[in-house]
Design a protein around this ligand. Structure first.
Ligand code: ZN
Length: 476
């Protein structure tokens, strides 16, 4: 992880500075992969529920995760499940947590001038994950700590571009001790560069993206000196690293890679949220009038989003019409069109758009979220339940779908199933005690069949035993 680098910069061990950054396979210090995933999951939950900068946007995060997933198919050996998410943050930064969780700051996405540039940073982060750098930086004596404690240390470090949050969090002495160990050596950085570059090339991106982006960031860093973007502080971007990279890139053939429309739309969506709503409207309008764009669709999409922010719904509607004329087949345009219809008070129109979009792209979560939400709002709980029950088959670990399911059951008067669904959502968030409470409520419910009740009872006993065991462990 790059955010996890902490004091590493100033105290970076010069003893490691020489020699090839080939760190070999695994070391005996390595944490088992299940432990890494558990630490990552818990740290992720910390960030999702406590970090105000977390960008809860399934379109942005879904795009980033797909981009990384595409590169992951070119990995040799074991492929971790990557989950990528964005944080609303003006610092150029990205970081990887154990188990495949990667965070990217919105400013870094906006600063990327091509999809290959964004992919180059992600490939570097993926390499930190596949090489288990963070786990390898935890000293053996600290590995005996519980996953929760390690996760806490990781999560706080991930938020370190926001010192207010890190300071506000109760960092135990133990967590602080772990934190002081989590650091990337210069060798880890060079290894992530080397492996990331190879991955970028195998994934058919323009590898020059890495050199271009990293040199621009280095200049940016020099400009700000001590105030360097967090990305640079956490991944010490030395001249040596850049020269190294450029030497490798120069001998490779040039390759022109077109940006995907998804990349351009995601950038436009983030840009539309920057500054004031009026500034966003002005920004996109002038791009459009001056004709300074690579994709008219992306500019019109951004302009429509900016108009929605400014509560100018008729102007947003005009941009949606223009997008329709451009025949842009993209689900982000469909969710935008539905948002516009909704804000015009046309719930039926919005439902029509979402139902059609879902029929075409069933696996697109943004469409399903919006459809289920609107069905629940318009008291069409049966259809909502039908949609959500299909989705939980594919997205078994998405707590949001279980919360939707609970709301649909509640609207239909299914008491047992409502509490069982909430319990499932809490479990996925790692909140076992809250899940136990919900299962106790489910137990008391008058409805639900015998089979469902006995299953829930068994789960309840299992979780109660788990809580007792954890309590004992803590006391020791
Ligand atoms: Zn790094």
């Amino acid at each position: 992880m790059c955010a996890a680098v902490v004091a590493a910069l100033s105290s970076m061990s010069l003893a490691f500075a020489e020699g090839l950054p080939d760190l070999g396979e695994s070391s005996q210090n390595e944490l088992p992969p299940q432990m890494e995933r558990k630490i990552g999951e818990e740290a992720m939950n910390e960030i999702r529920f406590r970090e105000p900068a977390y960008l809860d946007d399934v379109e942005v995060n879904g795009y980033l995760t797909r981009l990384v997933g595409r590169m992951a198919t070119h990995l040799d050996g074991a492929r971790p499940n990557f989950d990528v998410f964005a944080l609303r943050d003006p610092m150029l930064n990205a970081f990887a947590m154990p188990g495949g969780f990667i965070g990217v700051h919105s400013a870094l996405i906006l600063a990327a001038q091509s999809e290959s540039e964004l992919a180059s940073v992600l490939a570097h982060e993926m390499s930190h994950v596949t090489q288990h750098h963070l786990a390898r930086s935890i000293a053996p004596q600290q590995q005996a700590q519980t996953a929760s404690m390690l996760a806490m240390a990781v999560a706080i470090l991930a938020a370190r571009s926001r010192p207010d949050l890190a300071m506000g969090a109760a960092v135990s002495g133990q967590a602080a001790a772990v934190q002081s160990q989590l650091s990337y050596t210069r060798d880890f950085e060079r290894e992530a560069d080397r492996i990331g570059l190879a991955l970028l090339e195998r994934s058919n991106f323009d590898i020059r993206g890495m050199g271009d982006f990293f040199s621009r960031m280095e200049k940016f860093g020099r400009l700000y000196e001590n105030n360097a973007p967090a990305y640079l502080r956490t991944h010490p971007l030395t001249t040596e690293r850049i020269t190294d990279m450029e030497n490798r890139i120069q001998v490779r053939p040039y390759r022109q890679v077109a940006d995907s429309l998804d990349f351009l739309l995601v950038k436009a969506k983030l840009k539309a949220q920057e500054g004031s709503a009026d500034e966003a409207v002005t920004g996109f309008s002038s791009l459009l009038t001056e004709g300074k764009y690579r994709s008219e669709a992306a500019v019109r999409y951004g302009l429509a989003r900016a108009y929605l922010r400014a509560n100018n719904v008729p102007a947003a509607e005009k941009e949606v019409q223009a997008l329709r004329r451009l025949k842009v087949g993209n689900t982000m345009v469909e969710t935008l069109a539905a948002d516009v219809a909704r804000q015009q008070g046309d719930a039926e129109g919005a439902l029509r758009i979402l139902r059609n979009a879902r029929a075409k792209a069933k696996q697109e979560r943004a469409i399903s979220y919006a459809l289920i939400e609107l069905l629940l709002e318009t008291r069409q709980a049966e259809e909502a339940l039908r949609v959500v029950n299909e989705e939980v088959q594919s997205y078994t670990t998405d707590d949001k779908f279980y919360l939707f399911q609970a709301r649909a059951h509640e609207a239909l008067g299914h008491n047992f199933l409502q509490h069982r669904a909430i319990a499932q959502a809490y479990l996925l968030r790692g909140q076992v005690a809250a899940a136990v409470e919900q299962l106790e409520l489910a137990q008391k419910a008058q409805d639900g069949d015998f089979y469902e009740h006995s299953q829930a009872d068994a789960k309840l006993r299992e979780l109660q035993a788990q809580l007792i065991a954890e309590e004992r462990k803590k006391r020791r």
